[in-house]
Write a protein that binds this ligand. Sequence first.
Ligand code: AHR
Length: 336
Amino acid sequence: MKKWTKVVAAVVAGTMLLALAGCGGAKDSKPAAEKKADKKIVIGFSQVGAESEWRTANTESIKAAAKEAGIELKFSDGQQKQENQVKAIRSFIQQKVDVIAFSPVVETGWDTVLQEAKDAHIPVILTDRAIKLGKGNPEDYYVTFLGSDFIVEGQNAAKWLLEFTKKTDPVNIVELQGTVGSAPAIDRKKGFEEVMKDHPNYKIIKSQTGDFTRAKGKEVMESFLKSAKAEGQKIDVLYAHNDDMAIGAIQAIEEAGLKPGKDIIIVSVDGVKGAFEAMIAGKLNCTVECSPLLGPQLMDAVKNILAGKTLEKRILTKEGVFPADVAAKELPNRKY
Ligand code: AHR
């Protein structure tokens, strides 16, 4: 082949290649939604840990819903440490998942990693717990936030207590708080105190974290009982930010020779089966519901985001209040 013929052949081949590439380009210019529909959706989920019955039910709900929706779930257990969650989110960014979802163990300290997710154009969904940023509006860093209103839960616990006890003389309350710096610990305290401020005879005499676990709930209740005894104070009420801590505290109260649910009125939050069993046994007086069954809503949100739909910034969970007298009837209906 002469030199110029070779040049023409090369130009023709190049043009054909460009044309083919052009076809590929046209394919690439499909809307993101259609592109996503072609392949399996992958989400990265960073969970707080496995600190409570609630958390276990939440994890199961998310795993089951992902399976049901045909979504690939990359799941990471943060073991209640923020650094583990940050690492997990960074690895999801590296793996270029379609959506990142996480339940933040504490409210603050997410600024950098959320900026990294934003820079990588990966949508983020918050589940269960809220965040606060050092600077800027947190809402700019996530598409939607699914979960409960913890302030309302705290208010509901206080309202139930007032209605149940109807006291005008002093009522001494001890409070088992959730994980320090976490949204449910901050908001459940706030909601409870907001209602109680109009009832100054109801006083929180001791308040400490039990980190949302049974073991810590028991340990802290033991120390509350000991110090109250030493100070000559009577504990009338226990307000626990979750059922697991209340269940741990029930053990401590029994070991101290007192009757939980009678000598000390107990109200807690979550509505797990263990709490219903404790109510049926007469050891717990009320649980304020906080639903962990967020899996189906999360998968719907993921699909909607990838289909280009606009989501509500806040998707609230519906919940009730269950006093001991309805426990036996309700237990068979409980899903967690
Ligand atoms: O964020 C929800 C809270 O976290 C639940 O009330 C508690 O049980 C869990 O550990």
